[in-house]
Design a protein around this ligand. Sequence first.
Ligand code: C2E
Ligand code: CA
Ligand code: CA
Length: 513
Amino acid sequence: MSSLPEKLAQGGSEGLGAGAATAWPLWLAVALAALAAIVALAVLLHQRQSGQQLHRRLRSATTQIDALRSRDSLTGLLTRAEIETALDEAVLACDRGTRRLSLLVVALDNFRPINEGYGLRVGDAVLTQVAGRLSACVGDKPLAARLAGDEFLLLVEGGLDLAGKTAERVLLSVQQPLKVEGLELTLTASVGIAVYPEHGSRPKLMSHAALAMRSVKLGGGAAYAHFDPTMAVDLREQAELLQDLRGAVERGQLKLYYQPKIDARSLQITGAEALLRWQHPQRGMVSPAVFIPLAERHGLIRRIGAWVIEEACRQAAEWRQQGLRMRVAVNLSGHQLRQDDLVEQIQHSIRRHDIRPERLTVEITESVAMEDTAHTRAAFNGLRRAGLHVSIDDFGTGTSSLASLRKLPAAELKIDRAFVTDLATSAEARSIAGAIVQMAHNLNLRVVAEGVENETQRDLLVGLGCDELQGYLFAKPMTPVALALWAEDDGSAGHGQFRPSLFDPTQAAPLDV
Ligand code: C2E
Ligand code: CA
Ligand code: CA
């Protein structure tokens, strides 16, 4: 029996007049062509097969045509339900022969900011164009479906070799700039592969391909990976990680590393951002990108967040005693903003360590800051009344309007690393970064550019008027001792003297807003 892909490929334009083909959507034309082919097949079979067999085949053909009729309305690809049916068929065909079958789950890495930043119309147009490219990637026996949002599934008749080649084509094709409504957008994708039968039974196949895709995403995206049995323990591993995380604060396994912020013109230190690290006894250093979402999902973030605030204040006091003057910044999670006693908790820590409130920066991501809920508004007002230095983090990825930004009591805005990374190569990134700086300055906000990795980026950012810079070009996040050594002036001032700080008591402190 031929598989659905074969039927689609065989269907061609048989039985369709040119007029019908141009006036009707392509999928409907293909569906009708397939129906015609199947009916012709049925007539042939009729001469040789029993009435019962014929009835079964016709029923299956009708089911297939029904599936074709209800394609994903946005992209014209199959829907999840339809690809499941096709997958059943394809697996049966594999079981009867020696053929292999591969599933590729494709997820866009950076679709959300596009959807949120440019609106749903642009988002939809992007998805439609990507869908067209994916269909083109799977060759002459294509089966492509949209699973959900920005996730797609491709079915390829072949083993790992062919799946890998297809994945490479997909990655290259998605990376080509997209032109949508006068914008030029560049996306990347993460691709997970599961091959039948070696990577799992039929019921597991799709989730195994999705697990492989997620492991690519965790590693930074823009790549493909095939399923590996160790990925199947993912959920169990998460449960174990969560179990360990519950005791991490008490066991002293959490540490704060600090990354300096530098004044763009004078190169004086203006601050240090506290970045959380988990020193796990078996796993080594676990990234906050892994455990913070886990902590947020399972209600541990408030406890961890409270520890971060207290520890950062303690460290700020210690540095001040050593003569190193700067702001210290902590990152606040959206969950902490919903915490009734957040401001009290911060005030408690700053008082205990005698920190001036304007010397403590609280970094809140743009997407959280713009949540227009009673809780976020109350938290922002509370932070302002407490005199803290509020910074809007990852700016440019969300949907802020000038009007909404004006309402926030922020003093600093951090341009997201994505724009900084693309500065040298993308005129669009340069114009966005330039517009952000101008807008922020109009609102009396200082602008910090993060993720500055090279001198080209630094020079462009200084040219655009950024006030402060942060990134590997200057220093990676480091232990408090390393930061003090780094900040130590190795010039004539001698041991114990630090690089000049904007907060030096002999100078005016222009950042105290
Ligand atoms: P973020 O707040 O945007 O922090 C900046 C991230 O970029 C840090 O990753 C930093 O190490 C990295 N980075 C800095 N300079 C460069 C550069 O030049 N190039 C590149 N490629 N990366 C650079 P990290 O430390 O892994 O933190 C990741 C995220 O985890 C942070 O993003 C923040 O959202 C979250 N996070 C870290 N510490 C805390 C915390 O104490 N509380 C909360 N709620 N979130 C935290
Ligand atoms: Ca931050
Ligand atoms: Ca950031």
